[in-house]
Design a protein around this ligand. Sequence first.
Ligand code: C2E
Ligand code: CA
Ligand code: CA
Length: 682
Amino acid sequence: MVKKKQLEVELAHLRGRFEALFAHSPDLNYFIDTSGQVFEISSAAGPILRFTAEQLQQMSYLDLVYEQDRVLVEQRFASVLSGEVQRFETRLIDVDGVPIEFEILAIPVQEGGELVGAFGVARDISRRKDVERQLLASEQRYRALFDDNVDAVLTYDTEGRFVAINHATEVMMGYDADELIGQPFLPYIVPAMREYTIEQFMSVKQGDPVQYETAMFNRAGEVVDLHITVIPIMVDGEMQGIHCVGKGITKRKQLEAALNDMAYHDYLTGLPNQRSMNRHLAELMAAHLPFALYMLDLDRFKSVNDSWGHETGDLLLKSVTKRLAARIPQNARLFRYGGDEMVAVLQSAEESEVMRFAEQLQELFEESFVIKDHEVVASASIGIATFPEDGDLIDTIFRKADNAMYFAKQHGRNTHAVYRAIAREGEEQLLQLEIELRGALRAGEMSVRYQPQVNLKTGALHGIEALLRWDSPRLGPITPEDFIPIAEESGIIVELGTWVLDTACAQLADWRERGLGRLKVSVNVSIHQFYHDDFLVTLRRTLEKYAVDPTQLVLEITESIASNADLVVTQLIELKKIGVEVAIDDFGTGYSSLQYLKNYPIDYLKIDRTFLEEMETSQADRDLIATIVTLAHNLGLPTVAEGAETEAHIEFLRAHESDFAQGFYFSGPLTAAQFERWIAER
Ligand code: C2E
Ligand code: CA
Ligand code: CA
């Protein structure tokens, strides 16, 4: 009796616990009889499948299973009925027929030794599945980024050892992943870059992403130049490792080297060129080493070209070069300046030596040249200027040698002239010009012309370049090439430059008010203006005065300005802040390093017109244009090609994807009124 009572109490306890479990579980609890009829289904979390109790009573368990999963679930149910516990995942449907993922536990239920059905729990796992899927997707995305990346992608631990590398890394480095993993990366860096690379690594360890350029050895011992982006992997504020993306820039570096090589050498004669000469002169001047500069110009070279053809002209230049190069003394160097002009630089302060060398140069022409069975008699006129006597700027020395050379030409050719000897006459002329120039602006003799720049891809007008003109009533029109150097030397350029900027901005405002649209205007800025204290102040004031949008203005500066690194960079940053754009003018003629292109905020590269000029005859100039464009694009800079005169030029530029062009093919420099007509006609 007592025992039975005890049993009943225990049973009641059990039922209570069981019911509590049944009623409060967030999962679905069910009982299915052997026929498959659903008897009980409940969840404390509310109706998950949203069927009513009445509906459920009419249903077989299979009605709750998503159609495509039914066969599977039937098999499972059969197993349960044969006495096995089953656990599996399947999809059930809610009242709207929408499948939901569940994990099912099914336990066979026996009563009096007989199987009466299945009891179990169905747990909604759709959220977990979603997370799993997302994880998988992000893993796949990461893998795609890692495995299929064309750049090297690597992971290091915080000690700088390889943890994972992708296929591109294997290809780039020539090692298999398992050869590298676990190894420190530092020994693979070329020795010269190690210290710098460690510095970068240290700053990543502070938790900052960094970018830098370095170089590694590949398996074959070749140097692989790399642009590196390094990102620390932070988990809960702690660094777990370092991701690194390495872009191979060997090709770009080679391009740069090729450009340098091409840029410093003359293709035809193999002599170092003008750029190279400038560099040499700058070095001598910096070291205060006295020298004499010989400007050597072949007499009547044009008539050789005209009567025998370009090819013969080229061969003559080669022969002359060969003869000169063979006799040049140890303390002298020879350069091809361009066309039929050569420059010799003799390092000497001895006047007698300077004169003797001039005579030796002259004598080299006494014997005639044999070109393709023709006997060609050639001679040269030579102009000489010396450092430091004639000045302390390359331009000054050069111009003086050039003047002396012209003097020699005018005095019978096949002779030489020393600048100092002819100076008085020349200086007087220059002084006269300078006096005229000082009064020119106030006398209203100056004007500005505008030359269109065209977008080669769309054919649309890109902008215009403002070019200064001087028409002197006493001296006639004087080209900028003649008066700009004098303006620069005398300081008048600052006043002139300010006036051009003012005039161009006033013109923009006028066009805006008359509804001619928003034009971009490029203004040339001389080195003397650029370094003038008031330059930025004047610029800002002018923009405000005419309410010109700064993005409409482009300043053209020459390479020689840009190469003056420290001074220029602060100015450029200020210009960027104002919103004014900057173009490097006459690119390819200066003697600056290419480094600044990468580091400075520059917007356009203008390819000097001499490249197009000589394009037809010189493969080197064609190569150089193509290389400059590629290099510029590599650095994210659009190019403006100057001196586009012919259809052939335009075709060539299009083929090499130069972005913009300027030149007589479209139009020469125009007055504002002419330009308005030009636009209207297009
Ligand atoms: P730049 O800045 O290289 O200007 C382009 C020069 O090339 C202009 O000569 C222009 O007339 C000329 N040009 C344009 N298209 C062609 C073409 O298809 N073929 C040829 N052969 N030449 C073409 P411009 O006007 O005589 O100016 C000469 C130089 O004087 C300019 O060269 C620039 O360095 C300087 N300059 C002109 N105006 C100013 C100025 O306002 N300020 C300063 N600082 N310099 C100026
Ligand atoms: Ca220019
Ligand atoms: Ca130019």
